[in-house]
Design a protein around this ligand. Structure first.
Ligand code: ADP
Ligand code: MG
Length: 842
């Protein structure tokens, strides 16, 4: 290997190359999002209705009103635009952190950098599960196999070999975007970004998709139904008004005003905003959402299937016990005591069976123990060279490495792996096997991960295809400790309280699995099931065993897939963690696939909906919490929207029935829409999780977010407000006040009670006194802004006349204030009445 292959580029050199060649990314298919946003807004019904109103005002010769509506058009566009931009920007931010990373050598050290910062000439280290970040020429490889189907269309893994100096196109070239299915390698980057083979054929790797969620579909349906019904009613209203008063333009205006009040065009925006911002908030809690609908499903998750190693445990291992058939030795936490000579071989061959620069914490621990405990012995063979290796496979949970010593004729083969696998490789008689199995079981029952170690010598040059063809001699067992993460027991207890089952899946020994499960606080009433059990069961039997089993051991990726499928078939909402390249199908099959940011492979992360950036079980629980928060807050926003629109609709119809002048004109409805709706989505979106939300059972998956409970609660609240407002207006007219003054008082009461509705619905569990103190800066801002605008509308004469108001006298103002208090009181009362019942269901 050349020297550059070891040193890599210097940071300065890499910077200047980055400036010269540009970032290593493909020109994204980012269409002109600005234009698309504007088009979306222009086609919004609200916008069209406003235009129609403007046209009518013009036809009526009302230049002022027409101009004012035009001004509102711009404000509406602005607000709509900024809300959608906010949702969109949160997605873009996510896309940036989710971009693949690469392990490169810079300034002689291996560092992980963003894939877009890779430059030509970089030395990149590849391992199983990575996506090759750029086109490269291999300098070194060990069983490196890549899947080039995305370039060639043929889905056959291709073996690649290092050939320094070879030209492009030979089998030493690997290409950007292809996943490494096996082995490791080191290569020099030849082309990046658009100049790579992938870039030349103009492909792009999917980033974060903006998909339609089930709730979004549901919302669209509701919006369509309500819009059609509203428009029909508006037409009837317009006709009736026109016919009764012989004023067709006025009727049209009343109809359009009504339509503006009922068409729930803000619902989809609210939804996109809640989900997008939810994902953005999650990213700040170190959980990356790759698939936005996952946020919504998280709240309904019933089963979390998690890996043991690294998710429940810290994944920092330490060699605890060495065992051979003659001796056993425990290593204390501190210090490096002398290990009995008879056990040196166990450690010696365990080290030889590991990678020298280990990625795997287990191998790192073995290497560390070897360096410490065998320091002054002849058992560390730093001058030996690696000839070949046999990686771990699904069929054989053991790996071997073949060494050449400078002064020995024979090659030395060292193997380590699951004790059963090593016993199998050594072809031991039943008596010896039983002794080893018993010792392994005993060590594993203490929660240790136990590996068997074996060695063999091989005289010939040509190595066999299978590890079985070596004559292995059993050396001993090595047991490693990997403690449970400190925050895991509490997190699992919280899951149990929240009605979420936690299931452990591991490739480890049954005893180790059960011991760790117990330490973590999983329910371990039933026995553990093994991968072999799962294979032996038919679907029916498997499904019948699932409810009692929370620990699955010696499982492999295909078993995870079957578990997910069975759990799904039993009606569970399944979140599953995985990190290996073979976990991708199970991650895809789960409702919510979860990959690990640090430990997980690129392939697993791409298949996942969520990526835990700090690999930790507790953050999965955090994600569930956020999921419940988002769905809970959405329901609150929905209730508010129903409640706020009910009086508006009622006040649009009432004048017709009562023979009153029009109560609400387009400008009033615009005021309400502009102030109340956006601030409500901000306020509700920022509401924290309800106390008690994590003690409730998960939302039933088939349950709609927008259901009868939401509707009836909103109608109750809004209906009461409507009646009070109508009473105020009737009273004001009765006592001989002008229509304008009555309208002003009624409108002020409407605005104030809308704010009251927001406040009341912010939190369904807490009492209002506690709630006023709870921090939600948006609410304070909204309150101040709304009050200021309301004051302006009432106090500034030109605006006042635009709103067809006149200044009420003190008596009337007091009536308005009393009505507002009454409205809020009514909402609060309904909240408490209804709270005990249906709304306990999250
Ligand atoms: P886990 O679910 O705990 O991550 P793995 O699937 O990684 O388990 O490993 C399953 C089993 O495979 C281990 O219990 C061990 O016996 C064996 N194994 C894993 N990694 C290695 C390795 N690097 N060398 C030898 N054996 C290994
Ligand atoms: Mg593992």
């Amino acid at each position: 290997m050349n020297a550059r292959g070891l040193d890599g580029l210097s940071t300065e050199e890499a910077c200047s190359r980055l400036a010269r060649h540009g970032p290593n990314e493909l020109p994204a298919a980012r269409q002109n999002s600005l234009l698309r946003l504007v088009r979306g807004i222009v086609l919004e019904p609200m916008f069209l209705l406003l235009l129609a109103c403007g046209a009518i005002y013009l036809a009526l010769g009302d230049m002022h009103e027409a101009l004012m509506l035009l001004a509102f058009v711009f404000v509406i566009m602005g607000i709509s635009f900024s809300q959608q931009r906010r949702a969109e920007r949160s997605l873009l931010a996510l896309r940036d952190i989710s971009s693949p990373r690469a392990l490169v050598v810079r300034d002689r050290r291996a560092v992980r950098i963003a894939g877009r910062e890779v430059v030509p000439g970089d030395i990149v280290l590849l391992a199983e599960g990575d996506r090759v970040p750029a086109d490269m020429r291999l300098l070194e490889s060990a069983s490196l196999t890549v899947d080039e189907s995305m370039l060639s269309g043929e889905s056959v893994p291709v073996m690649k070999h290092a050939a320094p100096g070879a030209t492009q196109g030979s089998d030493s070239a690997v290409y950007a975007g292809t996943p490494v299915t096996q082995g490791t390698g080191r290569g020099e980057v030849t082309a990046t970004g658009a100049k790579s083979a992938l870039g030349r054929i103009g492909m792009s790797l999917g980033g974060i998709e903006k998909e339609t969620t089930p709730v979004q579909k549901e919302t669209r349906r509701i919006v369509n139904v309500v819009a059609v019904a509203g428009l029909a009613l508006a037409a009837v209203l317009a006709g009736a008004y026109g016919a009764m008063r012989q004023d067709w333009l006025g009727g049209l205006l009343a109809g359009i005003t009504f339509a503006m009040a009922v068409v729930p065009e803000e619902l989809p925006v609210v939804l996109a905003l809640f989900l997008g911002l939810g994902a953005w908030r999650l990213s700040r809690a170190q959980v990356l959402t790759r698939n936005i609908p996952a946020v919504e499903l998280l709240g309904a998750t019933t089963v979390l299937c998690v890996d043991k190693t690294g998710t429940l445990t810290v994944n920092r291992m330490r060699v605890r016990t060495l065992w051979s058939e003659q001796a056993e030795h425990d290593l204390p936490q501190q210090g490096a005591p002398a290990v009995p000579e008879s056990l040196h071989g166990v450690l010696e061959y365990a080290v030889l069976a590991s990678h020298r620069q280990a990625f795997d914490p287990m191998e790192a621990a073995i290497g560390h123990a070897g360096a410490e405990l065998l320091a002054d012995t002849e058992h560390l063979h730093r001058d030996w060279t690696l000839v070949s290796d046999y990686p771990l496979s699904r069929e054989m949970l053991a790996m071997s490495r073949v060494w050449q010593s400078p002064d020995l004729q024979n090659r030395v083969i060292a193997a380590k792996g699951a004790p059963e696998a090593i016993i199998d490789l050594c072809h031991l008689d039943p008596g010896r096997s039983a002794g080893i199995v018993a010792a392994a079981g005993r060590l594993a029952a203490g929660g240790l991960r136990v590996l068997g170690v074996a060695e063999a010598a091989f005289p010939r040059q040509a190595l066999p295809v299978s590890q079985h063809d070596f004559a292995f001699r059993f050396v001993g067992l090595i047991a490693l400790e990997d403690p449970v993460r400190a925050d895991v027991p509490a997190a699992i207890a919280e899951c149990r309280a929240a009605g979420i089952r936690v299931v452990m899946m591991t490739g480890d020994h049954p005893n180790t699995a059960m011991s760790i499960a117990r330490q973590a606080g999983l329910t371990v009433d039933g026995d553990a099931l093994t991968g072999a059990d799962i294979d032996a069961f038919d679907d029916e039997t498997l499904r019948s065993r699932l409810p009692q089993t929370n620990v699955f051991c010696r499982v492999q990726p295909q078993h995870k897939l079957r578990l997910v499928q069975s759990l799904r078939a039993s009606g569970e909402i399944v979140a599953m963690t995985g990190d290996g390249i073979n976990d991708a199908p199970a991650l895809k099959a789960a409702h919510i696939g979860v990959a690990m940011g640090a430990r997980g492979t690129d392939v697993a992360r791409e298949a996942a909906d969520l990526v835990l950036l700090n690999d930790d079980f507790a953050s999965l629980l955090t994600a569930v919490r956020y999921g419940r928060r988002v769905t809970g807050n959405l329901r609150k926003a929905f209730v508010f929207l129903v409640a706020a629109h009910t009086p508006i609709i009622g006040l649009s119809i009432a004048p017709l029935l009562a023979g009153w002048p029009m109560l609400l004109m387009p400008v009033h409805i615009l005021f309400l829409q502009l102030i109340i709706d956006p601030s409500c989505s901000l306020v509700f979106e920022a509401e924290p999780l309800e106390t008690g939300a994590m003690q409730a059972r998960p939302r039933r998956p088939e349950a709609r977010l927008f259901d009868a409970t939401v509707l009836s609660r909103g109608l109750w609240q809004g209906g009461g407000v409507l009646l009070i407002l109508l009473a105020v207006f009737a009273l004001a007219r009765q006592v001989g006040q002008s229509d304008e003054a009555a309208r002003a008082v009624m409108f002020a009461a409407l605005v104030l009670s809308s704010i009251g509705l927001i406040q009341v619905n912010r939190n369904w569990g807490m009492l209002p006194s506690g709630m006023l103190g709870s921090a939600n800066p948006y609410f304070a801002w909204m309150l101040v802004a709304t009050l200021a605008l309301l004051a302006a509308v009432l106090a500034v004469p030109p605006v006042r006349s635009l709103f067809a108001f006149s200044m009420p006298d003190l008596r009337l103002a007091l009536v308005g204030a009393a009505a507002s208090v009454l409205c809020v009181g009514w909402c609060e009362w309904t909240r408490r009445r209804l709270q005990g019942r249906a709304l306990r269901r999250p």
